[in-house]
Design a protein around this ligand. Structure first.
Ligand SMILES: [Zn+2]
Length: 328
């Protein structure tokens, strides 16, 4: 479907795809501790926010030294209004228009607007790459269609990390009221019903597999494994990226020391601005606090895919245990 395996470029980009509330912000916070990796956050959503958005370092994007420099460079090359217009057009492709893009690739890819959109995206990633001295960039926009667009940009060497979380955990998270203070206008994030989150979980995961799973630069990781054994997951990701790892001093079992980072978008309220030490533990509140009817509903909708993922994770673990000792 995509030309991802053929893309040759200098901008190495790890794109985290999946569903919302799947722990991608936590994963990026961990990855940015690795020398040579810059975790950027939800890059694909930034244009949909105003410039008063706050970076995880605690500063507004207009004040944070990293994003101020990057955005100045982007602003000098891109008409932001035009970009927002194109971004809205292509990020909301649905139904027939989406099918046309996926099946009549050549005609649509060559259309003026679409090419202009991809060129503008390329400029944005190039500016980040330049200001972060060529480090590997991670992007947790999550949305698979946006990931597909990135796969069409020749200067981007794209790797897909498919981050999967138990759908009951995802569903319970969306049922709870969350207060967001990462935008200028503080607000409650909307609650979404278990029916909607379960259907969305299935649709999004199938779409990601359809788009990317047959490529070499694709890795499936579960949130539950990340929380249980973060160093093993980080090693798998480094392996995907052909990245040589220094000793992971910041990870001791499930205790992780995190420094300052400059993520934008995402679930930033779950973290302190600047550095902190955290102890990872599985978030299994859904087991005790979710209504049983909701659990049954989510199970009914998601069980075939849940079974598939649980079998493939078992196979991965077996493979690892026959080739190497598990990391502690
Ligand atoms: Zn910052």
């Amino acid at each position: 479907m995509t030309n991802i395996t053929e893309s040759v470029g200098q901008i190495k980009l790890l794109y985290i795809a999946g569903t919302g509330r799947n722990g991608s912000t936590l994963l990026e916070r961990i990855l940015t501790e690795i020398p040579g990796v810059f975790a950027a956050g939800e890059l694909g959503r930034v244009t949909r926010y105003n410039k008063n958005k706050t970076c995880l370092c605690g500063e507004k994007l207009t004040v944070c030294p990293i994003w101020q420099a990057i955005n100045n460079e982007i602003d000098s090359q891109i008409d932001e209004e035009r970009f927002t217009q194109l971004d809205l057009k292509y990020s909301n492709l649905k139904g027939l228009n989406l099918l046309k893009l996926l099946t009549h690739q050549k005609e649509l890819k060559l259309s003026g607007d679409f090419q202009q959109y991809l060129n503008m995206l390329a400029i944005k990633y190039k500016a980040i790459h330049k200001h972060k001295s060529g480090q590997i960039i991670t992007d947790s926009t999550i949305d698979s269609l946006y990931g597909y667009y990135l796969s069409l940009i020749p200067s981007i060497d794209l790797y897909i990390l498919h981050l999967i979380r138990d759908p009951r955990g995802v569903s319970y998270s969306w049922q709870r009221l969350k207060f967001s203070s990462s935008t200028a206008k503080k607000s409650w994030t909307p609650q979404i019903s278990p029916l909607k989150t379960a259907l969305s979980w299935v649709k999004r995961n199938i779409f990601i597999e359809f788009m990317f799973a047959r490529t070499e630069k694709y890795l499936q990781v579960s949130y539950e494994d990340l929380v249980e054994n973060p160093s093993a997951v980080v090693k798998k990701i480094a392996n995907l990226l052909n990245l040589k790892l220094e000793p992971l001093d910041f990870i001791k079992g499930q205790k992780i020391t995190l420094g300052e980072s400059h993520l934008i978008g995402g679930n930033l309220d779950a973290f302190k601005k600047g550095g902190e030490e955290i102890i990872l533990k599985p978030d299994e509140r859904w087991k005790h606090q979710m209504k049983w009817v909701d659990i049954i509903l989510v199970n009914l909708i998601t069980w075939p895919l849940m079974l598939k993922y649980s079998l493939s994770q078992k196979r991965q673990k077996n493979r690892l245990s026959t080739h190497s000792k598990p990391s502690k």
